[in-house]
Write a protein that binds this ligand. Structure first.
Ligand code: F6P
Length: 340
């Protein structure tokens, strides 16, 4: 193998640069020239391709975002765009592709492999942690740390004013970030998309009410962006009504959305390590003749799984975590409901 390409695609994630560096280092060591397409699949389809050299990645390991740029590029699902991308790879005599990105981006790699037989390896990078086949994707740890850091700040105001704060975090349709940040922040509960069909305004109200009765003077609730069964306004109305009926007229409530700060910033050491290892292993897998796979970290070991598997079982994974570590809150709400 003489020439390979690396792209970053979809949403950026802290640690992507460390993964690019890992790819380049391992490839150079094996006398392979690395090329990059800028802005992911968009650059690939438009022929925005350049060789990547060691000096391009110097001093980038500690930077958030991606030095290769990235883009949301839904057109890539259409055959003509995919064909253009493949032709561009062929013209530059590039033999394999490493895609660093989330669910959609790695599915794009699988499609390229299926359509043209191109060897591809995916590297999981998405703060959502919604991919099976890896316990952690690149960027998740940094995002969690950012959430915890900022929730701690909001807690100062919550405590000073005796308020309830409902804080929205990212994650698309996956509750992993919300659940794990709720555990790390001592939140009263996490509202996650995986359980929104079971959401009961009364159980939620009861949970908050009993917490205040217990001794709490303020409360934090983490809400995943994918929890959209009720709007913020509706949640506020429900909770206010529930608490007012129980004599808590004066508790004030605020809703805060942490937004894109969760995707930025210098990667943590965990993300730098994970990304470096996965980048290196992506190249090794290609050299070993493997393709149509994603490298990942499972039980602290670098592994790989077929790209066809990465979308499976993610809901169960979050639910298992919820049952194991949020059970105090669930049981308490069940135990203390008036009907129980
Ligand atoms: O997939 C990462 C993510 O940050 C999601 O959590 C969020 O829903 C989405 O990307 C936001 O995408 P964009 O930056 O394109 O608005």
């Amino acid at each position: 193998m003489k020439k390979i390409m690396v792209i970053t695609s979809g949403g950026d994630a802290p640690g992507m640069n460390a993964a690019i560096r890992g790819v380049l280092r391992e490839a150079s060591f094996n006398d392979i020239q690395v090329y990059a397409a800028y802005e992911g699949y968009k650059g690939l389809a438009e022929g925005n391709i350049l060789p990547l050299r060691n000096h391009d990645i110097a001093g980038t390991l500690q930077l958030g975002g991606t030095i290769l740029g990235t883009a949301r590029y839904p057109q890539f699902q259409e055959k003509p765009y995919m064909t253009k991308a493949y032709r561009n790879l062929q013209e530059s005599e590039i033999e394999a592709l490493i895609v660093i990105g989330g669910n959609g981006s790695l599915s794009g790699a699988h499609d390229l492999h299926t359509a043209f037989g191109l060897p591809v390896v995916g590297v999981p990078a998405s703060i959502d942690n919604d991919l099976s086949g890896t316990d952690m994707a690149i960027g998740v740890d940094t995002a969690l740390n950012t959430i915890v850091y900022n929730v701690d700040k909001i807690r100062d105001t919550a405590a000073s004013h005796g308020r309830i704060f409902v804080i929205e975090v990212m994650g698309r349709d996956c509750g992993y970030l919300a659940l794990n940040s709720a555990i790390s922040c001592g939140a009263i509960t996490a509202l996650i998309p995986e359980l929104q069909d079971e959401f009961s305004p009364d159980a939620f109200g009861n949970l908050v009410h009993k917490a205040f009765q217990r001794s709490k003077k303020h409360a934090i609730v983490i809400k995943a962006e994918g929890f959209n069964r009720h709007s913020d306004a509706a949640l506020k109305d429900m909770l206010t009504a529930y608490l007012q009926e129980r004599g808590m007229e004066r508790v004030s409530m605020r809703f805060t959305n942490l937004g894109h700060i969760q995707r930025g910033g210098a990667p943590t050491s965990f993300d730098r390590l994970l990304a470096s290892k996965l980048g290196i292993h992506a190249v090794r897998n290609l050299l070993a003749g493997k393709s149509d796979i994603m490298v990942g970290l499972v039980k602290n070991t670098i592994t790989s799984c077929p790209l066809t598997e990465i979308g499976k079982g993610k809901r169960d994974r979050v639910l298992a975590l919820y049952e194991e570590y949020m059970h105090h809150e669930i049981m308490m709400s069940k135990k203390l409901t008036p009907s129980s």
